[in-house]
Write a protein that binds this ligand. Structure first.
Ligand SMILES: [Zn+2]
Length: 670
């Protein structure tokens, strides 16, 4: 467990003492103690200071600040500083600088501006990580390692081109196999020598989806290798200390599921747009928790007040920072951390919110909210640490499927994989049904219901995995436009949905993408659970034939009026359902709740709309989080024997929960 040395919810922030004169540091320590900060993440962007020249490291200033932290009871999430290399490195070794999608070689500047294939970037970043590990391996403050920061730059340089060719040789074995896998006889694309293959980019190949997919896979691996260089260097010296790098939830350039095995703990940065539904934020948390099979994750960054990089950066309203912090904990975070400790005086992040504002003292609304939350989290001790969620519903999310849908030319620009996953999730979130977001290969035995929205790409093994799950008694719901292609984006010749055809008991002959704003009626043949009457569907309708499945609903209009829109196929001990269109939210809700009703899947507590309920379980005890997102006071009915862990109060019967307020209830069944 990562919390052995500091067994409480970690509370802290990215700390950039090197941006401030040392006279400020003593005041930082006083303010950190006041705010109940127990972990500082540093130094995230200090490579240029730590290594002023190729043959010289400067750790004296870091020694001093770490010493101060130790004296003040603050631990360090020690960062390796490798997300922004010093200018001398870029100038001395031009291979360090990347080439963009536009084919232009980048100049030095910004951050995450390096070529992941660069031997010099890899060598110098790993060397710095090793020096840090050697120097601080026994430091009393060290509780975790934070490698680089928000990885994700794709590069299209000559080094990457050569790396891509090598990677392709390993993946495909021969040019013939590659030409076959990429269907390269289209548009005269056949290759006769490996050297003919260049990275896809704006000034070259842009539309060959199998190639684009393989390039994403290759870049993902190349960037992961940069991380692993540092990881291995550190692990050899401090095998017991947890290592992470901070993710960004649905970040397209990287397949985080492929990274997760190499992180000791998943951490991520949560910066939801203020106008996003809170279920989207919850979805992000589920996704991060799902990356390591439900293991608690770290909330590495959030703003205490506002960001600076959105077009408009409104303040979090009073109470919202606390509410969103508890929402993360409610979904599996064992840390609550911020960017940034002290608002930068200059540079791009001077307008980004911080715990300590430019005015420099504690007499601000934001500091006081942070201070109050710190005291509250401290009072929880280790009660919640390593507690788990026990969801009975899983939603399959697959990065490569996301890439493939977006790279496909047609059938509709309105296909939105992430958006559809979030809408399926939202339907259950609104009812406070716990959902795990997991990769298609995850263990599914413990789930009663598995959702697979738009599983367009079915990678090897996935269809058999789903068949086994259903055969053994599970319920599987698959949506429109699933089972069309293999891992190389090559269409199935078995009739859609390809490998899922037998499982679903249908054959999709055609699909009809609708024009913008166009919809089709979906009519229930007869009421089924909560499903009754008519609904609407948009985006795309599948025209399918029943091959063993039964139609529960049909399309109401167009030349396919009367054709199945919702089917159920009994398969082994379970059943496989297919939704043949992008049905409206009301139908999704009624359908998913009907499936939950069938399995007696219910929320831990019935609450009014706008109130979120989750449960974390530890040693058989349930901790039920009740979060009021509605912006108004809400009245709830609680059974006898509930106690709020935060206030210590016994709560039962009719109780009012203030706007933005939170309870963590003990006493409800786990
Ligand atoms: Zn490159």
């Amino acid at each position: 467990m990562i919390h052995d040395k500091l067994p409480q919810i970690w509370y802290g922030a990215d700390y950039n003492p090197d941006q401030w004169p040392e006279e400020t540091w003593a005041e930082d320590m006083r303010l950190m103690r006041l705010a109940h900060v127990n972990v500082a993440t540093l130094p995230v962007f200090s490579w240029a200071l730590l290594q002023p020249a190729e043959d010289r490291y400067e750790f004296a200033w870091l020694d001093r600040i770490l010493g101060l932290l130790a004296d003040n009871g603050v631990y360090a999430c020690l960062a390796t500083s490798t997300a922004a290399q010093p200018a001398w490195l870029s100038l001395r070794f031009p291979d360090v600088l990347p080439t963009g999608w536009d084919g232009l070689k980048r100049r030095h500047g910004g951050r995450v501006n390096f070529c992941p294939s660069s031997p010099n970037y890899r060598r110098y970043s790993s060397a710095l990580a090793e020096e840090l590990a050697l120097r601080y391996q026994d430091h009393p403050t060290l509780v975790a390692w934070h490698i680089a920061n928000e990885y994700g730059n794709h590069c299209y340089c000559e080094l990457c081109a050569e790396g891509f060719r090598q990677w392709l040789k390993e993946r495909h074995g021969s040019l013939d196999a590659l030409n076959e896998a990429w269907n390269n006889n289209f548009w005269s694309h056949r290759f006769y020598a490996w050297q003919e293959i260049e990275p896809p980019m704006a000034i070259g190949e842009r539309g060959n989806s199998p190639m684009l997919l393989d390039y994403d896979r290759f870049q993902n691996q190349a960037i992961l290798e940069c991380y692993l260089g540092e990881y291995r260097a550190i692990k050899a010296i401090t095998p017991e200390v947890a290592i992470t790098t901070n993710f960004m939830s649905q970040f397209k350039p990287l397949n985080y599921a492929a990274w997760a095995p190499y992180l000791d703990v998943v951490s991520f940065d949560s910066y939801p747009r203020p106008d996003l539904p809170m279920s989207d934020v919850a979805f992000n948390h589920e996704q991060m928790r799902g990356l390591k099979d439900g293991q608690p994750f770290m909330l590495m960054e959030q703003t205490p007040s506002q960001t600076n990089w959105m077009p408009r950066n409104p303040l979090k309203r009073p109470g919202v920072m606390r509410l969103q912090s508890y929402q993360a904990v409610a979904h599996g975070a064992d840390t609550v951390m911020f960017f940034q400790w002290r608002r930068a005086r200059g540079g791009p992040e001077k307008m980004h919110g911080a715990i300590v504002d430019h005015v420099g003292h504690e007499h601000t609304r934001v500091f006081q909210e942070v201070q109050e939350l710190g005291a509250e989290l401290e009072s929880l001790g280790d009660t919640l640490l390593d507690s788990r969620q026990e969801a009975r519903v899983a939603l399959l999310f697959d990065w490569e499927n996301w890439w493939a849908i977006d790279y496909s030319s047609g059938p509709s620009a309105d296909l939105n994989y992430i958006g559809l996953c979030k809408r399926y999730y939202h339907a259950l979130w609104q009812a406070n049904i716990a959902v795990d977001v997991v990769r298609p290969e995850a263990h599914l035995e413990g789930y009663d219901l598995v959702l697979a929205p738009m599983l367009y790409m079915v990678r090897p093994g996935v269809a058999d995995h789903l068949k086994t799950y259903v055969r053994q008694g599970g319920s599987l719901l698959v949506s429109f436009l699933s089972g069309l292609v293999d891992e190389n984006d090559m269409a199935t010749l078995e009739g859609y949905p390809g490998e899922l055809r037998e499982l679903l008991g249908i054959w999709v002959e055609e699909f009809d993408p609708l024009l913008k704003e166009e919809t089709r009626g979906v009519v229930m043949r007869e009421p089924w659970g909560r499903l009754q009457g008519d609904y609407r569907a948009g985006v795309l309708c599948d025209l399918l034939h029943l091959e063993g499945a039964v139609a529960r609903a049909t399309f109401g209009e167009s030349f396919y009026a009367g054709r199945p829109a919702l089917t159920v196929n009994e398969y082994g001990q379970g059943k496989a359902l297919y939704v043949a269109a992008d049905v409206e939210d009301a139908m999704l809700r009624d359908l998913l709740l009907t499936l939950c009703d069938e399995r007696d899947i219910a929320p831990a507590l019935e609450v009014p709309d706008g109130v979120e309920v989750t449960q974390r379980i530890k040693e058989g005890r349930g901790y039920t989080f009740v979060l009021n997102h509605s912006g108004e006071e809400q009245t709830l009915r609680l059974p006898k024997g509930c106690r709020d862990l935060l206030s210590g109060q016994a709560l039962e019967g009719e109780v009012r929960l203030a706007a933005h307020d939170v309870w963590i209830l003990e006493g409800l069944p786990a």
